[in-house]
Design a protein around this ligand. Structure first.
Ligand code: ADP
Length: 441
C-alpha cells in the first residue's frame, strides 16, 4: 500500500529527534556533542540505506524493494512504483511492436523500415526473400549499399517519392519489382517492393496485340486502297487490270474478314469462363462435317487424308469451342503440308482418355518455334501463312479451348519429316464409348 509522503511530519520527527539529543546533551553537560553524535548516527543510517538502495538497484534481481521504514520506505516505494509503470509500458510497447511486425509479415509486399539516412531498421520475411536482405545481419546498413541498380539509386538519392519506379529484381533478372518509398514519422522511410512482373507482361502483351492487329489490318487495306487509287476518275480500268484488281481486293477483304472473325472467336472464348460441361458433344459427327470442309479445301492440294474415328466416342464439352479446335488443327495440316501429302486424323480412346491426333508428313517445324506457336500472330513463315489466308490466331484459339477443357496442346514435329498436333480429353469428360472399344480395352 502506498502512503503519500508528508514533509511536515518528517520535519517534526527530525526536530523531535534533535530535541531529544539536546536534552540528553544537557543532562550529560555536552549539548553540542550530543547533537553532533545524533547527526552522525543519522548520517550512518542514511549511508546504510543508500548502500542498500544501490545494492537493490544494481545487484539484486528482486523486483520488490528491501523492507525499510520512514523516509526511505517512501523512496523505495516510489522507485518500485516507477519501475512497475515503466515495465508495464515496455510490455505494451513490445506488444505493439510485435503486432506491427506480424502485420507487416502478413503484407503481400516486401517491406523495409529505414531511418532518415536510409539505414535498415527492420524488414519483413518477403524483403529477405525477394530483395536478398539479411536480418538482423543487415541492421544499420544503408539500403543504397545493398540494392545497387542505377535506376533505384537515382530514385533514392533524388528523394522524390511521389511516384513509384519499376526495376529488375536484384535476385532474378526476369522479375520486375515496383519500389515505393513512403516517408513517415520523424523522417523515417518505409520501402515497399511489389512484384509487378505479371502486370508488366500483360501490358506488353496488350501493346503487342494492338500493334499486331493494326499491322494485320493495315496490309490488306493498303492493297485495296492502292487499287482504288489506281482507278481513273470514271472508274473504268482496262479489262485485264480490272480482273486482277477485283480478284486481289476480294482476297484481301476476305483476309480482313477472317481476321476479324477469328478475333471475335478468340475474345468470346477468352471471356467464357463457363466450365459446366453438361452437354454431350457428338465429336464423330462433328468430325464428319469438318472432313467435308477439309476435302473442299484439299481440292487443289490433293493430299491423302484419312480419318480414323471411334463412332461412339462422345465427350462432355463446349461444342462451338471444340469445333474450332478440331477444325483449326485439321485445316492447318491441309494448308501447311506441301502437295501431295499424307494427313492422318485420329479420334480414339487411349486407355480411358479420349485422344485427338492430326499427323502430317509436311515440312515440320524447327524446335525453336514450338514453344511460341500458340502465341497470337506467331508464325513460322509469315509470307506462307498469309498466302494460306491464316490469321495467326488459330493455335491461340486451340490453346484457350483446350485450357477450358483442362487439357493442353501437344506438338511433336521434325523438320522435313512432319508434325503431329495432339491433345487428350481426360476420362472424366468421356461421355459414351463404343461397346467394341470397351471389349478391346
Ligand atoms: P495461321 O493462321 O497463320 O495458320 P496458326 O496459329 O494456326 O496461325 O498457326 C501458327 C503457325 O504455326 C503457322 O503460321 C505455321 O507457321 C505453323 N503451323 C501450324 N500448323 C502447322 C503444320 N501442320 N505444319 C507446319 N506448320 C504449322
Amino acid at each position: 500500500m502506498y502512503y503519500p509522503f508528508s514533509r511536515s511530519g518528517t520535519l517534526l520527527k527530525l526536530a523531535a529527534y534533535f530535541t531529544l539529543c539536546a536534552i540528553f546533551g544537557a543532562y550529560v553537560g555536552h549539548i553540542g556533542w550530543a547533537i553532533a553524535l545524533g547527526a552522525m548516527c543519522l548520517l550512518v543510517l542514511s549511508y546504510r540505506q543508500l548502500f542498500r538502495l544501490n545494492h537493490w538497484l544494481w545487484h539484486s534481481k528482486k523486483m520488490t524493494p528491501p523492507v525499510s521504514e520512514g523516509l526511505w520506505s517512501y523512496i523505495y516505494e516510489g522507485i518500485y512504483v516507477m519501475q512497475r509503470r515503466d515495465r508495464r509500458k515496455r510490455k505494451e510497447l513490445s506488444k505493439m511492436v510485435k503486432r506491427f511486425r506480424e502485420g507487416s509479415e502478413a503484407l503481400p509486399d516486401a517491406t523495409v523500415v529505414l531511418d532518415e539516412d536510409g539505414a535498415i531498421v527492420w524488414c519483413n520475411k518477403l524483403a529477405r526473400f525477394s530483395l536478398g536482405l539479411r536480418f538482423p545481419q543487415d541492421f544499420g546498413r544503408r539500403i543504397d549499399n545493398l540494392i545497387r541498380h542505377p535506376k533505384f539509386l537515382d530514385y533514392f538519392h533524388a528523394r522524390e517519392f511521389d511516384k513509384p519506379i519499376e526495376v529488375q529484381s536484384p535476385l532474378n533478372q526476369d522479375k520486375i519489382l515496383e519500389y515505393r518509398f513512403i516517408p513517415y514519422g520523424d523522417k523515417q522511410l518505409l520501402l515497399i517492393a511489389r512484384d509487378v512482373t505479371k502486370f508488366v507482361q500483360l501490358e506488353q502483351m496488350r501493346r503487342d496485340f494492338v500493334a499486331n492487329v493494326s499491322h494485320e489490318l493495315r496490309t490488306p487495306l493498303t492493297v485495296i486502297s492502292g487499287y482504288l487509287e489506281m482507278a481513273p476518275d470514271d472508274g473504268q480500268l482496262p479489262a485485264s487490270v480490272q480482273q486482277k484488281a477485283f480478284k486481289e481486293m476480294s482476297s484481301q477483304a476476305k483476309r480482313m474478314q477472317t481476321l476479324i472473325e477469328e478475333l471475335l472467336v478468340l475474345s468470346r472464348i477468352e471471356a467464357n469462363v463457363d466450365q459446366q460441361f453438361d452437354n454431350v458433344v457428338d465429336v464423330p459427327s462433328m468430325l464428319q462435317t469438318i472432313a467435308t470442309e477439309a476435302n473442299t479445301l484439299n481440292r487443289e492440294k490433293q493430299h491423302e487424308i484419312t480419318f480414323s474415328v471411334d463412332p461412339q466416342l462422345k465427350v462432355y464439352g463446349l461444342e462451338t469451342e471444340l469445333r474450332s479446335a478440331f477444325s483449326n488443327l485439321i485445316f492447318n495440316a491441309v494448308h501447311y503440308t506441301p502437295a501431295p501429302g499424307k494427313i492422318e486424323v485420329r479420334w480414339q480412346l487411349e486407355g480411358e482418355d479420349a485422344v485427338f491426333r492430326v499427323r502430317d508428313n509436311g515440312e515440320g517445324i524447327a524446335a525453336k518455334h514450338l514453344s511460341r506457336l500458340t502465341e497470337r500472330f506467331y508464325r513460322v513463315d509469315k509470307a506462307r501463312s498469309r498466302r494460306t489466308g491464316g490469321s495467326g490466331l488459330g493455335l491461340a484459339i486451340v490453346k484457350h479451348v483446350l485450357s477450358h477443357h483442362n487439357s493442353q496442346l501437344m506438338i511433336d514435329s521434325e523438320v522435313n519429316v512432319g508434325s503431329e498436333f495432339w491433345f487428350i480429353l481426360s476420362s472424366e469428360l468421356v461421355a459414351t464409348v463404343s461397346p467394341q472399344t470397351l471389349k478391346q480395352g
